[in-house]
Design a protein around this ligand. Sequence first.
Ligand code: CA
Ligand code: CA
Length: 298
Amino acid sequence: MASTHRLSRQHLVYSLDKTHPPALEIAPGDTVVLETYDARTGTIQRDEDLLDHPHPKGSNPATGPILVRGAEPGDALCVEIQQIELAPRGFLGVKAGMGLLGELAGDFATRIVPIEGDQARFGERLRFPIRPMVGVIGTAPAGEGVSTGFPGPHGGNMDNRYVAPGSRVYLPVNVPGALLGIGDVHGAMGDGEITYIGLEICAEVSARVELLKGKTLRRPLVETAEYWITTGDHPDTAQALRVAAEEMVRWMQERMQLSFAEAYMLMSAVVDVQICQCCGPGEFPVTTRAMISKALIP
Ligand code: CA
Ligand code: CA
């Protein structure tokens, strides 16, 4: 029978790495309630707390790693995000010189953002809807560990706002046990995450983890109620868009039994290729997605 586990935010990693000892072992089909820390591990509590100190351990702690019994290289995990409960407040910020408009951002600034129901409050006058999502989700890579600041074929810091309640994230298993980590929840994040941080916030993420034996994936794939979404990343924006597009054309060929030319033509009519994160092209990898409506997929 499937069990529900809980993992506290004391179990943090700052990289996805096969050498990290598992914090929790689960069986396929189990549900995990993970407490996640904010991207600065609780060091930002007031508007006066600026992003001017390097984080002692790195940014984007992920809770985990979780060992999935029976997972072997060549399998895939299906992580269904069931629920994201946000802490009562998070923060937005500017790090001087950082982000897409870094040259205009001369000063550091922090804004604590209280969560009030399904709204976030920005100062006294402005409110905006929350849109909870998971920034970091991934398995341990086969080779060297990868910082949770970076994305890759193992997942990691994808900052894809469709990784949200109701979504399923399919991740390649690269090492025995998979070693899943989840963190960097955002209360809201616009595509691009242009300052380089979203509405960073502590959270509780409930996720059901399935194991798909023999389902080999090259990169993470996301399924929502409406879309299939392939993913990409690369330091160069055009190349990052290309990775997600190539994943999509291959996936359409496989799922819809199409030739390359058919999938490529169709893609130009019905697929949206979009930016997930472009806070510092050239410096940080740009992350991307390509989306197709599930109505078109048999
Ligand atoms: Ca992130
Ligand atoms: Ca973040």
